[in-house]
Structure formats: C-alpha cells, structure tokens
Design a protein around this ligand. Structure first.
Ligand code: ZN
Length: 51
C-alpha cells in the first residue's frame, strides 16, 4: 500500500494506487508538505547513489 506522510506534522496516511499525491495535509492543513514515505528500497537506492 503506498503511503504518504506530512513533513510538517508527521501525519501518515495511505493513498490508493493510481491516486495523485494529496496537495495538502489533511491533519495540519499545510500545503506541499505531503511526501511519499521512504521504503527500505528507496533508502538502499540513496545509499547506492552516494558511491
Ligand atoms: Zn501535516
């Protein structure tokens, strides 16, 4: 399940596959702070890019 979180308040929510990212946080109402939650694979990819 794809998940997103708010960088401002840390609120996490799930979005359905194929749906766009929410434009604003449904908890704190901040705009542009909702980002995808990083998966273990994302972190591995970041590490491999640093080499
Ligand atoms: Zn928020």
């Amino acid at each position: 399940m794809p998940s997103v979180y708010c960088e401002s308040c840390g609120f996490k929510s799930e979005i359905k596959k194929g749906k766009p990212m929410p434009k604003k946080c449904q908890y704190c109402d901040s705009k542009g702070t909702v980002k995808p939650v990083k998966t273990a694979q994302d972190l591995l990819d970041e590490v491999s890019r640093l080499k």
